[in-house]
Design a protein around this ligand. Structure first.
Ligand SMILES: [Zn+2]
Length: 128
């Protein structure tokens, strides 16, 4: 892969990493040991000053479940982005190679998703 393109993709990944970390920090505490692991804070139930109706409670719990789903998706994406950056750093040629068939991943695919791990062909086979 061209150096210039690699730098460009690395920049994209680093920018996405910053955004993901920012999003995650809005509602979750970062786990210091694992950089992509976050713990979602349970929303504080302010029962002392504001008695909650049971349906309000349910809504709060539901929104917590939604947060967990979002957090999970963000974490997964952050993990992918970090793994891709790790491959670039190693500089052993593993970045941009399909993890399944070990061929080069299509450039268009990498430009659209610099954290792609498998090529278009393998991705299509996986979906079928
Ligand atoms: Zn492949």
């Amino acid at each position: 892969m061209e150096d210039k393109l690699l730098k460009e993709l690395q920049k994209k990944l680093e920018a996405e990493k910053i955004l993901l970390e920012k999003d995650l920090s809005k509602f979750a505490d970062k786990d210091k040991k694992i950089s992509y692991d976050y713990d979602t804070r349970f929303p504080e139930l302010d029962v002392a000053t504001r008695p909650l109706a049971s349906d309000e409670n349910a809504a709060e719990i539901e929104s917590y479940a939604n947060l967990l789903a979002i957090e999970h998706a963000l974490e997964l994406r952050l993990k992918e982005v970090e793994e891709a950056l790790e491959k670039i750093k190693k500089n052993d040629g593993s970045y941009g190679k399909c993890e399944q068939c070990h061929k080069e991943i299509e450039l268009e695919r990498l430009k659209a998703n610099p954290a792609a791990k498998i090529c278009l062909k393998c991705a299509n086979q996986k979906n079928n």
